[in-house]
Design a protein around this ligand. Sequence first.
Ligand code: AMP
Ligand code: MG
Length: 391
Amino acid sequence: MISVKNALDIIDSFPKIYTSEKVNLQDALNLVLFENVSSPINMPPFRQSAMDGYAIKYSEQEKYTVVKESKAGDSGNHSLKVGEAVRIFTGALVPDDGDTVVMQEHVERNGDSILIQKMPEQFANIRKTGEQIKVGEIALKKGTKLNEAAIGFLACLGITTVTVYKIPKVTILVTGNELQKPGTDLEIGKIYESNSVMLKAVLQKSGIKDVEIIAVKDDYQETKTSIKNALEINDILLVSGGISVGDYDFVKEALLENKVEELFYKINQKPGKPLWFGKKQNTYVFALPGNPASALTCFYIYALPLIRKMCGYKNNHLQKVIAKSKSVIKNPSQKTLFLKANLEGEFVEVLQGQSSAMLYTYAMSNVLICVASETAEIKIGEEVTCIKLEM
Ligand code: AMP
Ligand code: MG
């Protein structure tokens, strides 16, 4: 059995190798850039008018003759002399000879001539070539998580694909003779299989859509074969149940038989003591305890950070905050406790019903209070560490 800290240190030492993939920019929302992206063009690509108005060659005079027109998309580079103006619109090419755009609100027009009532400063209202970014400059750095603005920015540079951290492919393997798929009438002795539904939901929240679910009976051969197949195609294998010490718990043996290297088994914590973590080549395996609340806690604390790190996220652990306890918390177990709790403002309250078989309390909580193994008691008003259950 190892401490929570040691288990986390082991988790944090992985992955050693990251993998990338090229995706369409349109599909890259929330993905993380695996390399710097440099701009293939100047943006703006040419001198653009920032206003509807008139492009002129700047001078002291107030009267100009309108000689040409330039609207957005036109490519004519009209010549201009002092005293001449080009009628121009927002986004249109400013002729090379023009150095200033006068907004139309500051101009009085009579036929082909204009009288400037308010002369702007020279060079006003022109977006310079490459003002936003120049060709060859880094547009976005490696490690940038692509939000909609970043996607828009890369699109405006004409980029259509990006190389991002590869989102791990995940399989959830649920074990147990007692498990029945929701949507059927429950037979005596059976329960609905809920862990895969819950884990798939939390994976989706982290942007992992490619999740396969496999269910096996408490059967050594079946478990071994399913693990073997899953290891071949996945980056992450989440096993649920069958990792305790019962006569029908075959997961550990089946993993070792499949040459998955054990990195730790059993953590000094409650809930979730029998968590098993291992690796085979670049595939990581978490064998989570079957009790739903234990499975979810182990997922949040250990599996999620590794998965998020593989995705290239920087803040891969759930965020911690300090709050004042509204309750007395006793911890005679000398284990690290993860308690379902409700944080409101600066106060946090432990909820009733901490059994690892119960999800009811979990569904109501927004944090887990983390009580260190060496802390025997927390008094009312004392500060505690809370792990926020939001991503
Ligand atoms: P185990 O870890 O296999 O000993 O299972 C511990 C408890 O969790 C048992 O009460 C199981 O019935 C329950 N359990 C195991 N797997 C699931 C699952 N996929 N969905 C819901 N409950 C489960
Ligand atoms: Mg079981």
